[in-house]
Design a protein around this ligand. Sequence first.
Ligand SMILES: [Zn+2]
Length: 125
Amino acid sequence: MEIITNISYILKDPLVQFFLWMAVLHIIGQVFVDKKISFWIASVATTFLWYKYRDPYTPAYAWGIIVGFILLAYILKIVFHFNIFLFLKGRKRCPKCYEEAHLRAKVCPFCGHVFSEKDDLKEGD
Ligand SMILES: [Zn+2]
């Protein structure tokens, strides 16, 4: 019972509701429209509807989190040459042909480049 109480408490948070709405619209957009633009459809639609019918502060706070995460990903990419989006997909970038190979691959399946230890987790320059 305590878990249900905790979940219902979390679901009352408008920020959590905002991201849930965005996730649902994102899934609907992926199914019925297009994978590449569904994030933008979901985020713009949720922000607009929230701003119009709920409060203007939750979208601003949520966008702060989204922009913060994107900035963090870019800082990791620029400073450490680490691509978190590729890492979350379990892939790495081949420095020779720039194709995505499996994170644990020893040899690039596209061009035959032999990965060294430092190629792992590193974005090809
Ligand atoms: Zn390659």
